[in-house]
Write a protein that binds this ligand. Structure first.
Ligand code: NAP
Length: 302
């Protein structure tokens, strides 16, 4: 059997429980992985609340992304061997001693990247990568990231800065130094945000990555220069209302391998700010559900 952490009914944190499940068997194209680390994302509590994806039968194991070591190869898998350190989106839950990855969406963990770092790249890291690519800003342009201090924002800012883009990001005043460490300029969110953005970027911004939605997104959109683009991961309706687009996810091994190479080279740091052992997975969930996690929260299994 394999120990896991999940939920037994759709609802709040009180529905979360430790579960014992049989070690999963990889189907064609899948890898069985002994999980070392799993990234925690807002989508985890949204899934548990029934707000995200299909409400498949419970109990369900939480966690959408994992890094670990290949134990068994499913039929037809090429490019991986038993013992390889790998990471990718988890099929059927990542807060667990074992999980399955689709080989076509997994990548190898490079030598200089930890399992904890790799475990954060499939959801937040890859979303940041896709969003910056979708905006397509050239060097010298200005990007505004709404919610820059979280998992997606931290990586998006670093990728954009590395491409020569000037980055502003909304965050609380407590995150000012952290945001500066990403190479970006912090702007306090909430009432009056548009005026503060204009004070920092008098000519307006060329692109907006919206990770928070709501009133701040509407206010910030008024600072977009003509021809500027807005993409969002947070609020599809608001983004569409503002003439923007939802971030299109690529979900390929190639993007994950490129991200891992950027981390190995020191060009991107996913900023794992807190780690919790599997028996404290409930605390890891709470840290993200609070809405104020800095960088990434990770559950370490081994
Ligand atoms: N569609 C997709 O594929 C996809 C993928 C990944 C994420 N997402 C979504 O994108 C959003 C962001 O994800 P994430 O992983 O980056 O979240 P996260 O790591 O949980 O974000 C936490 C950060 O948000 C900041 N924050 C809270 N309220 C804010 C506000 N009103 N304005 C600006 N910053 C605020 C907090 O900073 P302070 O503590 O300083 O307040 C904290 O650092 C979520 O809605 C998530 O579900 C979608």
């Amino acid at each position: 059997m394999s120990k896991a952490f999940g939920f037994v009914a759709y609802g709040g944190p009180e529905t979360q429980e430790f579960l014992d499940r049989p070690v999963p068997v990889p189907g064609p194209g899948e890898l069985l992985v002994a999980v070392h680390a799993a990234g925690v994302n807002p989508a985890d509590w949204k899934v548990r609340q029934g707000l995200f994806g299909r409400k498949t039968p419970v109990p369900r194991v939480l966690g959408l992304e994992a890094a670990g070591v290949v134990q068994v190869l499913g039929e037809g898998v090429t490019g991986f061997v038993i013992g390889d350190p790998v990471f990718g989106p988890a099929l059927g839950g990542a807060f667990a001693e074992h999980t399955l990855l689709a080989a076509a969406e997994a990548a190898e963990v490079p030598d200089d990247v930890s399992f904890a770092q790799a475990a954060t790249l499939s959801v937040a890291g890859a979303t940041a990568y896709d969003a910056v690519a979708q905006l397509g800003l050239e060097a010298g342009r200005t990007l505004l990231v709404l919610g820059v201090a979280g998992g997606v924002g931290s990586v998006a800012a670093q990728i954009a800065v590395a491409r020569g883009v000037t980055v502003l990001g909304t965050a609380s005043d407590q995150a000012r130094e952290y945001v500066a460490s990403l190479g970006a300029t912090q702007v306090r969110y909430g009432e009056g945000v548009a005026e503060r953005i204009r004070a920092a970027a008098p000519d307006g911004v060329d692109g907006i990555l919206d990770l928070v939605g709501g009133e701040d997104a509407r206010a910030a959109a008024t600072t977009l220069r003509p021809g500027g683009r807005l993409v969002s991961t947070a609020d599809q309706a608001t983004a569409a209302g503002l003439g923007g687009e939802y971030v299109r996810r690529t979900r390929t091994s190639a993007v994950l391998a490129e991200l891992a190479a950027l981390v190995a080279a020191g060009a991107v740091d996913p900023h794992v700010s807190e780690t919790f052992t599997l028996d404290r997975a409930d605390e890891a969930m709470l840290a993200v559900e609070s809405g104020h996690a800095r960088g990434k929260v990770v559950v370490e299994i081994r």
